[in-house]
Design a protein around this ligand. Structure first.
Ligand code: PEP
Ligand code: MN
Length: 273
């Protein structure tokens, strides 16, 4: 297919896509500062973490209730019953919320409870899920498959845009390489490449990209100066008790520190949260 016919391409639409979700904008100079726990474990953990990151400037709260765990014995998430908790938090704290969806049968109900839906790395090429998501109008964060090329990633975004939804956010979260020191290898070069290929916003997840809390701040800084339109960062009120991804989760204090450190870089790049 001609690249100019692809809805994701710059030749189809030259201007940067700006996504409007409630009063929050994502794309162009509008920076998405997404933070929250990997998995929502209970009301106290979710609310405590969310309130703290909001006070540091986060404008979108992350948190999963459907968890794609490698080990079937690991915590699988609260499931559908957690969706109400997400909606309650979004109303109580007046904040935009996002969550992952894995099963096409959960798409409709999740779209009613949550502002932004996320496709995780393991499902970037789950075409039945992508087709179901193309029927809703909520913004969608599409994570890069851990073994996917840029073109495969963009074609998955094309599935999401098939029925006219233009509110797609691409998220780089690290890819599999021969290196084992870090959980994944963060491919920051994609920001510049994608800016030339697509009008869609691109955000970075330095938490899954590295798997290590100490790497989150340096990779966040690098992402901003590389032109990222946002960050998605895992934060937990007590990371050593986390049911998922504790080692890469920032403490509340770490996140406050990060939020201060990135401010001058955002100003330099003319990005506003
Ligand atoms: C997540 O963001 O909760 C997650 C599971 O990440 P990934 O799909 O990138 O592994
Ligand atoms: Mn996680």
């Amino acid at each position: 297919m001609l690249e100019s016919k692809l809805k994701t391409s710059r030749s189809y639409k030259n201007k940067d896509t700006i996504i409007n979700v409630r009063d929050t904008k994502i794309g162009g100079s509008h920076f998405a500062f997404i933070a929250g726990p990997c998995a929502i474990e209970n009301q106290d953990q979710y609310y405590t973490t969310a309130k703290s990151v909001i006070s540091c400037g986060a404008n979108i709260i992350r948190g999963s209730v459907f968890k794609p765990r490698t080990n079937p014995h690991s915590f699988q998430g609260l499931g559908r019953s957690g969706l109400k908790l997400i909606k309650d938090l979004s109303e109580d704290l007046d904040v935009v919320v996002e969550t992952e969806v894995m099963d096409p049968r959960d798409v409709k109900i999740t779209s009613k409870y949550v502002d932004i839906l996320r496709v995780g790395t393991r499902n970037m090429q789950n075409y039945d899920l992508l087709k179901e998501l193309s029927k809703i109008n909520n913004p969608i964060i599409l994570k890069r498959g851990m073994c996917a090329t840029i073109d495969e990633w963009l074609q998955s975004a094309e599935y999401l845009m098939f029925n006219g939804n233009e509110n797609i956010i691409l998220c780089e979260r690290g890819i599999r390489t021969f290196e084992t020191e870090l959980r994944n290898t963060l491919d920051l070069g994609v920001i510049t490449i994608l800016k030339s290929k697509t009008h869609l916003p691109i955000i970075i997840d330095p938490s899954h990209a590295t798997g290590k809390r100490e790497l989150v701040l340096p990779m966040s800084k690098a992402s901003i100066v590389s032109g990222a339109n946002g960050l998605m960062i895992e934060v937990h009120n007590c990371p050593n008790k986390a049911l998922c991804d504790g080692k890469q989760s920032l403490t509340l204090d770490d996140f406050e520190h990060l939020s201060k450190k990135i401010k001058p870089l955002l100003d330099y790049e003319n990005k506003t949260i």
